[in-house]
Design a protein around this ligand. Structure first.
Ligand SMILES: [Ca+2]
Ligand SMILES: [Ca+2]
Length: 271
């Protein structure tokens, strides 16, 4: 099964132009009290990590057309799961709610309890998050969590992508690669060296993650022309470098539940 069908025009170009936000330090001090608290959260074993309010860079001008424009937006505080939702966590939800199981729940590798759940539709992901009083992250929330406030290239800022930081695929699309130790999914708790500034894991790599957003270009298209596809972010265990960025937008049929490389995590937003 593949989730590699892509919608949207893409071009090369991996260099990221950095934009220094004036007064970043002062902003961080002013908004610290506006953060949602980091805490255990409602999902056993997957705490919610606080991400503070304030301006941050969203989009980029040196990548695919559908990632433009790069601009600064005002973020509200939210808290996001530290890891992708695991099979253990999804099975607990199934047991409590009667919701259908994930498509790969019994797969000998993809279904392991500590691996991220895969084989879930957008609706399955929404149902899970709602069960715990949470929601899927928006694209903006994903980017704020993955890029910090200055539009970093990766959750670990600008350092090189290597086998210690993310579970990725082969150099040429689209098969798995075990140079990082994992030919398919890796435990959701792995790759600590690739954590974001706030300590969120695997925002790039391992499994693509559903967001709440309908796919549409950021500008120039009316909402009525947006269509019905939803956006996944972050690339996965069978992605090449072009897709393993913090800005790449994968648009997909929300009802598709057969992707062995698509999962999700949840957020709690401020009221
Ligand atoms: Ca790998
Ligand atoms: Ca991921």
């Amino acid at each position: 099964m593949s989730i590699s069908r892509l919608i949207g025009h893409c071009k090369g170009g991996a260099a990221i132009r950095r934009l220094r936000l004036a007064g970043t330090a002062a902003i961080a001090l002013l908004t610290a009290s506006a953060a949602l608290a980091t805490g255990a959260g409602p999902i056993a074993g997957n705490p919610l990590i606080a991400v503070s309010a304030g301006p941050f860079v969203f989009g980029r001008d040196d990548g695919p057309d559908n990632e433009r424009p790069r601009r600064v937006v005002q973020g509200r505080p939210f808290a996001i799961n530290r890891t992708e939702i695991t099979n253990r966590q999804y099975e607990a939800f199934v047991a409590a709610s009667g919701h259908r199981r994930a498509f790969y729940a019994d797969h000998p590798l993809l279904g392991l309890p500590d691996r991220p759940v895969v084989g879930v539709s957008w609706g399955d992901a929404i149902a899970f998050c709602r069960h715990y009083g949470l929601a899927l992250p928006s694209e903006q929330q994903y980017e704020r969590a993955a890029r910090g406030v200055e539009g970093d290239a990766f959750p670990w800022q600008e350092g090189p992508r290597d086998e210690a930081r993310a579970n990725v695929g082969a150099d040429v699309c689209c098969s798995g690669d075990e140079r990082d130790g994992y030919p398919m999914t890796a435990p959701a708790e792995s790759f600590a060296a690739g954590a974001s500034r706030e300590g969120v894991l695997n925002l790039v790599g391992n499994v693509w993650e559903w967001t709440s957003d309908v796919y549409a270009p950021y500008v120039g298209v009316s909402t009525t022309a947006a269509g019905r596809h939803r956006v996944l972010r972050g690339g996965s265990w069978n992605s090449d470098a072009r897709h393993l960025t913090t800005t790449y937008r994968l648009a997909y049929d929300p009802d598709f539940r057969f992707a062995a490389n698509g999962g999700f995590r949840c957020v709690r937003s401020s009221p």
